[in-house]
Design a protein around this ligand. Structure first.
Ligand code: 0RQ
Length: 496
């Protein structure tokens, strides 16, 4: 392997214009950093010389700024899938500079194997260790790593010393057989291990090893504000009551929680709740709050696809590997987000809505139905298969000018059939067993900001007949008001 050590620039030269490139990692955790940045510099130089240079990109989920950000700013992304959350990439997507398709995260690896998305020419992989016989130990995020390593013609390794070799053993790496030979994915509790602690590749395919010691592009969490804290407390209150009523088994069920401040706050509140016993996590992204709850004995075990934690938290995990090793496990996304496993384990899922309609449909991705925000990520994998699916959102955005609740969502990611509970800082709308009219009443009374309740009541009372009283002339009145007047509170309905 020593003969393959080279600079990021030299490694980036293995990638050709038009190649499809697969990247390790999930969120900034586990993503390569220095080779993508070198690739972006190369793309800029090619463009300046009047030559085209752009790649197709497969990732686990969002990545760090040195990957998505640098390549987007270099205008070097021909197509990109799945989830992203980088502001420069978002701009490129919404101005047509790249073709983005938003996929359920659990499905990307298998669709690559099925041949639906073309070849994987090169895999760029962040590793904590690589051996002479081709064993790769990933770092703090896995994503689609086993599949891209097997499919890629060439593998470039970023060997990152920020991640100690001793993390070998924290991963559970495996790929399923494909139909018609697929068998069950035999995970019966979150801590079950079914794979290897490394990925075995043909060492001949490794064309470059680049040494680095760059930390993840991870920001720290914002301090909890009142709204975020209230949402977290409402989720904990709801689940504690379910437990008391016997609808959640007394030993509790594994929790999945999305990314961001609300998700972090929700877990914090669950950990503080006295009724809820110590619990397990079966999720995609393990955040800071999980590490804090493990130390307090409130989280027993966490299975995820990435350790997407702040720099201080990752330092803590790596300095106390003896404590954390038997409490943490990182899997490929097609296992962490597997519909089969989520349904078997009875995972309680908590994801975020950008907007919801009063009938319980959720838009997690498109602002005003057109502009892509991030993508649906794993929210669909979990929601559709949950024991109880919960969506959280602040009741308003943009200083109250945007209501999170509208008559009809401008884009549907999760339909009324999969969405069971919606929670805001105002309260809990438990939609189980309710008809669309009952759901609307429940959402308006419990979740909507008081400024918007009269407008949504007026909408509901417009005398439209049928199972779902949508008024097709006025269902987008809120969005029209946002676009034309900058404030949904100024929405007007046409006369009947
Ligand atoms: O923008 O900061 O510029 O004001 O959206 O909103 O409230 O800070 O919350 O960071 O959690 O993002 C749904 C986008 C929420 C995210 C979404 C504006 C708002 C703000 C961010 P500003 P917040 P978050 C995990 C599983 C995908 C689904 C999911 C997401 C910015 O959580 O991408 O959970 N989820 N997947 O002002 C216009 C609205 C708005 C709005 C909020 N209705 N219209 N702007 N904003 N609502 C992902 C993985 O699988 C990895």
């Amino acid at each position: 392997m020593k003969t393959k050590i080279m600079s990021a620039e030299e490694a980036a030269a293995f990638i050709q214009n038009g190649d499809n490139v697969g990247f390790s990692g999930f969120t900034p955790a586990g993503c390569p950093k220095v080779v993508p940045a070198a690739l972006a510099r190369r793309a800029k130089a090619e463009h300046e010389a009047g030559r085209p240079f752009a790649i197709g990109m497969f990732t686990g989920a969002s990545t760090g700024d040195r990957l998505d950000g640098e390549l987007a700013r270099a205008n070097a992304i021909k197509f990109r899938t799945p989830y992203q959350s980088n502001k420069d990439l978002r701009k490129l997507i919404n101005t047509g500079g790249t073709q983005y398709f938003d996929m359920h995260l659990s499905m990307l690896a298998q669709e690559l194997r099925y041949g639906f998305l073309g070849p994987v020419d090169v895999a760029i992989v962040e590793a904590a260790d690589v051996t002479e016989d081709g064993q790769i130990v990933p770092t703090s995020g896995v994503g689609i790593l086993p599949t891209i390593c097997r499919m890629a013609k060439k593998i470039i390794i970023e060997l990152n010393e920020k991640h100690p070799k001793e993390i070998r053993g924290i991963h559970d790496l495996v790929e399923p057989l494909d139909p018609p030979h697929r068998k069950e994915l035999p995970i019966y509790t979150p801590s079950d291990r079914i794979g290897k602690p490394y990925i075995q590749v043909d060492p001949e395919k490794i064309v470059a090893i680049v040494h680095t010691s760059e930390p993840n592009d991870e920001g720290d969490f914002a301090p909890l504000d009142e709204v975020t804290k209230a949402i977290g407390d409402n989720v904990a209150r709801f689940l504690a009551n379910e437990l008391k009523c016997g609808r959640i088994p007394k030993e509790f069920l594994p929790i999945q929680s999305g990314v961001g401040n609300v998700a972090n706050a929700v877990l914090g509140s669950l950990g503080d709740n006295e009724v809820i016993p110590a619990f397990d996590i079966y999720t995609e992204v393990i955040q800071d709050s999980v590490i804090a709850l493990m130390k307090k004995g409130r989280v027993r075990f966490a299975s995820g696809c990435s350790l997407s934690v702040s720099r201080s938290a990752i330092k803590e995990v790596y300095s106390n590997l003896d404590f954390f090793r038997d409490k943490l496990l990182l899997r490929p996304v097609e296992y962490s987000n597997s519909p089969e496993i989520v349904r078997r384990l009875g995972v309680i899922t908590i994801n975020t809505a950008l907007e919801a309609d009063i009938f319980g449909n959720i838009n997690s991705t498109h602002v005003n139905g057109t502009r892509m925000m991030n993508g649906l990520g794993g929210s669909g994998d979990f929601t559709r298969n949950a024991f109880i699916s919960i969506f959280t959102t602040p009741s308003t955005a943009k200083e109250g000018k945007v209501s999170a609740f509208v008559p009809m969502v401008s884009h549907v990611d999760h339909s009324e059939h999969s969405v069971k509970v919606i929670i805001t800082e105002y309260g809990i709308a438990d939609l189980r067993g309710l008809s669309p009219r009952q759901r609307a009443r429940c959402i308006i009374d419990n979740c909507v900001h008081p400024d918007y309740r009269p407008l949504l009541n007026e909408y509901l009372e417009r005398g439209i007949e049928g199972q779902t009283p949508q008024d097709l002339d006025n269902c987008f009145a809120f969005h029209k008001a946002a676009i034309e007047k900058g404030d949904m509170r100024l929405a007007e309905y046409s006369k009947k």
